[in-house]
Design a protein around this ligand. Structure first.
Ligand SMILES: Cc1cc2nc3c(=O)[nH]c(=O)nc-3n(C[C@H](O)[C@H](O)[C@H](O)COP(=O)(O)OP(=O)(O)OC[C@H]3O[C@@H](n4cnc5c(N)ncnc54)[C@H](O)[C@@H]3O)c2cc1C
Length: 440
């Protein structure tokens, strides 16, 4: 029982010490154009520049960081809309955050308050939950060891009591997809999430710091990449840029929606790879209270029983991170998409209703306000992160294959064992930049 207690997180603290990055002047004839100033794009640009190459980063949004985004206006303290845990060994952000003076909190073994209805689970219920967790992890591991790339739903024991909770944690909330849509190979190949840390000032704030000194054009969406000639010509909302190569770091959601056109068109194998790596959804519904703790301790999880039928209507909460007065609800997969479509008011109503079921109507008396993250409909992401369709794990390698040695691809979807993760996106950007530098 480790990963459900450790993989994703949230943050609080004071943002006042985090200054906005100062961008560098833009070179007029860059060697490389990087599309997207998220974790992968920033890492790619930094690496290229360290290797003596000139770069321009074009970013569609009016800020950098992409899916790494901390702001403090919603709750008065740093709130990560996207990534919040720095997970797994070799995650470059752990060192960066320490070197830059961010406050990290080890979150490897937080506690868990497990409820059945309006009361804490008894020993027998807890045992059933633990048993189902172990059986499901065992079945997934066996499929992985056997080299299977099939739907996770097809390998777990049928009619397993209390399995709805584990499926919600591992599928919907960790991978952003339900078990039927989760590739056993994707799951098996992913790195252990430990060690993992929460960042008081926000994971997004660490990523934003990377932008310091980089040549970034904000509010400049790339609309077309012409790779018919020797180099590339990138059409943007602010005009055309030419370079020897470009690195595309937008999500598979954005690629799949055709927001960036390619001339010539993407070959079938590349389009297929994009189609085989659709975006899953993890969404956060954050509830702020007036200081009442309802008996829950800081940095713990609140989990409750849900029926075995999928998709379960599960929203599990990280309670009072860094002692801040919020509970961060996590939901994902089909239910996450459905509730996101219903909108923030419906999502907040649902999440508050779940807390009321557990602690009673006093939750309403102490409720201040709620918030739903907008990754589902954000046109610059169109989901949280990519999950390979069952049987299509190989699409991750195909997605990373360059076109004509001048259009390269990087990002979380191509991060191998660190796929879906912000640190993985960084490593992917860094590795692709090294390839590009060697090539040009
Ligand atoms: C809710 C949530 C929770 C998460 N939790 C964690 C976690 O705890 N730990 C963890 O490690 N990871 C977590 N992740 C995943 C992590 O945030 C991502 O894997 C990572 O940030 C992706 O980085 P990237 O550079 O690949 O893509 P992005 O961050 O998406 O960067 C791509 C950039 O391209 C820009 N762009 C899009 N279209 C265009 C265009 N046409 N032209 C120019 N620019 C464009 C986008 O605005 C964006 O800035 C979470 C994600 C979400 C959504």
């Amino acid at each position: 029982m480790i990963q459900r207690l450790s993989r994703r997180a949230f943050v609080a603290g004071s943002l006042s010490s985090v200054s906005l990055p100062a961008f560098a002047a833009l070179p007029s004839n860059p060697d490389v154009i990087v599309i997207g100033a998220g974790s992968a794009g920033l890492a790619a640009a930094k690496t290229l520049m360290a290797m003596g190459k000139s770069v321009v980063i074009v970013e569609a949004a009016d800020r950098i960081g992409g899916r790494a985004y901390t702001e403090s206006s919603t709750f008065g303290v740093p709130f990560d809309h996207g990534c919040s845990w720095i997970t797994a060994a070799n995650n470059p952000y752990a060192k960066m955050a320490k070197d830059w003076g961010f406050e990290l909190r080890n979150h490897v073994s937080p506690g868990e308050a497990f409820f059945v209805g309006d009361r804490r689970a008894n020993a027998s219920e807890r045992k059933k939950y633990d048993t189902s967790w172990a059986k499901i992890q065992g079945a997934l591991s066996k499929a992985g060891r056997d080299g299977l790339d099939v739907s996770a739903a097809s390998v777990i024991p049928a009619d397993l009591e209390y399995s709805g909770i584990s499926q919600s944690w591992i599928g919907a909330m960790d991978w952003g997809v339900d078990f039927k849509d989760l590739s056993t190979k994707d799951n098996w190949e992913s790195a252990d999430a430990n060690p993992n840390f929460m960042v008081k000032e926000g994971h997004g704030a660490v990523v934003a710091r990377l932008g310091d000194g980089l040549p970034i054009k904000l509010s400049t969406p790339a609309t077309q990449i012409d790779w018919s000639g020797n180099g590339v010509a990138v059409e943007t909302a602010q005009g055309k840029l030419r370079a020897k190569a470009c690195i595309v770091t937008v999500s598979t959601g954005v690629l799949g929606a055709g927001a960036v056109k390619f001339t010539p068109e993407l070959p079938d194998w590349k389009q297929q790879a994009i189609d085989d790596l659709p975006m899953g959804l993890l969404a956060k519904i954050t509830l702020q209270f007036d200081g009442e703790r309802f008996g829950f301790t800081s940095d713990n999880w609140l989990t409750y029983w849900v029926p075995e039928e999928m998709p379960a209507k599960a929203c599990y909460f990280l309670t009072w991170p860094f002692e801040f007065d919020v509970m961060i609800g996590f939901m994902g997969g089909a239910f996450g998409w459905e509730l996101s479509k219903a909108g923030p008011d419906a999502a907040v109503d649902f999440a508050l209703g779940e807390v009321v079921k557990v602690v009673g109507s006093k939750a309403r008396d102490h409720f201040v306000k709620g918030h739903l993250t907008g990754w589902a409909e954000n046109p610059l992401t169109l989901g949280a992160y990519a999950a390979a369709r069952p049987g299509k794990y190989g699409a991750r390698t195909e997605l990373a294959r360059p076109l004509g040695e001048r259009v390269y691809f990087a990002g979380e979807a191509m991060a191998g064992a660190h796929a879906t993760l912000c640190g993985g996106a960084y490593l992917s950007g860094e590795a692709v930049a090294q390839q590009v530098a060697a090539r040009i």
